[in-house]
Design a protein around this ligand. Structure first.
Ligand code: SF4
Length: 254
C-alpha cells in the first residue's frame, strides 16, 4: 500500500528469517522484494541462526553440543502424571524482534548503545481488525508502533480482496514450519499442500519428545500426541477470532 501511494511512503521493510519458514513464504518474500524495488523501497532480511537446527543441536540427546543457547519455542508439555504445560516462548524475541530492532537502529542512523531520541522510529505492523487483540504499545521510547490496517478498519478478508483487486498473488501466512501456534487448518494445509514440509514438522516433533533437562514429553501440537497421529478434522478451526489469540504481537503469523 505504501508502494502504491495508498499509505505514506515507508523508508524500509524488514523480514526476520528464522530459516525455517515455508517455501511459500520465501516465494512471497522474493515477489515482495522485486515489487518494492520498483518503487525504491528496500526490504531487508535479518537472521541469526536456524531455529530448527538450534533447537535440535541444543536439546536433543545425541545431537546436543555444549554452549549452544536454546531460545525456546512454545512447545506443549505432558508430565509423567499427565500434567499439561507449555514452555515459555523466547523464540520470537531471539530470532526476530532482537535483530529487527538492531536493523531499525541502523536504518535510523544510530550506532549500537547510542541514545535514540523518543519517537525516532515508527514501526508499522500489518495486523488486521480481526486480530486487533495482538496490538501493543512499544516498550522502547524511541519506537512508536503503528497499525495501518486497524486505522483503515481492514479485516483479513479485506486484505486478501485488496490483493485480488490489484491482480497480485495471494500472500501466505508467515510462521516457522513447526510453530506450535499453528492451528489445525494450517497443519492440514501443510500436510495436503506441502508433504515435504509436513514431514519435516513431523520429524522435528518426534526429535524433541525428550528434550534435555525437561520433565515429561514435549509436543508441537496441543493434543500432546505425535503430530502425525493428530486428527486434523477439527470443527473448532472454523472460528476466525480464536485463530490468532495465541500468537506473538505483530511479529509471527502476520
Ligand atoms: S513462528 Fe512460532 S516458532 Fe517461529 S519464532 Fe514465531 S512463535 Fe517461534
Amino acid at each position: 500500500m505504501s508502494c502504491y501511494g495508498e499509505l505514506e511512503r515507508i523508508d524500509a521493510a524488514i523480514f526476520a528469517d528464522t530459516q525455517w519458514e515455508t517455501k511459500a513464504t520465501y516465494r512471497w518474500l522474493k515477489f515482495l522484494k522485486n515489487e518494492s524495488k520498483k518503487y525504491g523501497i528496500p526490504i531487508h532480511t535479518v537472521k541469526q541462526g536456524n531455529i530448527k537446527e538450534d533447537a535440535l543441536i541444543s536439546q536433543v540427546r545425541g545431537l546436543k553440543k555444549d554452549g549452544v543457547r536454546w531460545a525456546s519455542m512454545p512447545l506443549f508439555t505432558l508430565g509423567p502424571n499427565g500434567e499439561k504445560g507449555m514452555i515459555r516462548r523466547q523464540c520470537t524475541y531471539e530470532y526476530k524482534i532482537r535483530w529487527i530492532k538492531k536493523k531499525q537502529r541502523l536504518i535510523a542512523g544510530y550506532k549500537p548503545r547510542k541514545r535514540i531520541p523518543p519517537g525516532t522510529v515508527e514501526v508499522w505492523m500489518g495486523i488486521s481488525t480481526d486480530e486487533a487483540n495482538r496490538t501493543k504499545i512499544s516498550n522502547d521510547k524511541w519506537i512508536d508502533f503503528y497499525y495501518p490496517l486497524i486505522d483503515l478498519r481492514m479485516t483479513r478478508l479485506d486484505c486478501l480482496n485488496w490483493f485480488k483487486k490489484k491482480n497480485l498473488p495471494e500472500p501466505p501466512r508467515s510462521a516457522c514450519i513447526g510453530c506450535p501456534y499453528h492451528h489445525d487448518f494450517e497443519w492440514r494445509k501443510l500436510k495436503n499442500e506441502s508433504p515435504e514440509e509436513w514431514q519435516d514438522a513431523v520429524e522435528f516433533d518426534k526429535a524433541i519428545r525428550k528434550c534435555g533437562g525437561m520433565r515429561g514429553d514435549m509436543f508441537i501440537h496441543p493434543a500432546r500426541i505425535p503430530l502425525d497421529e493428530v486428527d486434523l478434522r477439527n470443527a473448532k478451526d472454523h472460528g476466525q477470532l480464536s485463530l490468532f489469540s495465541d500468537e506473538c504481537a505483530g511479529i509471527c503469523g502476520v
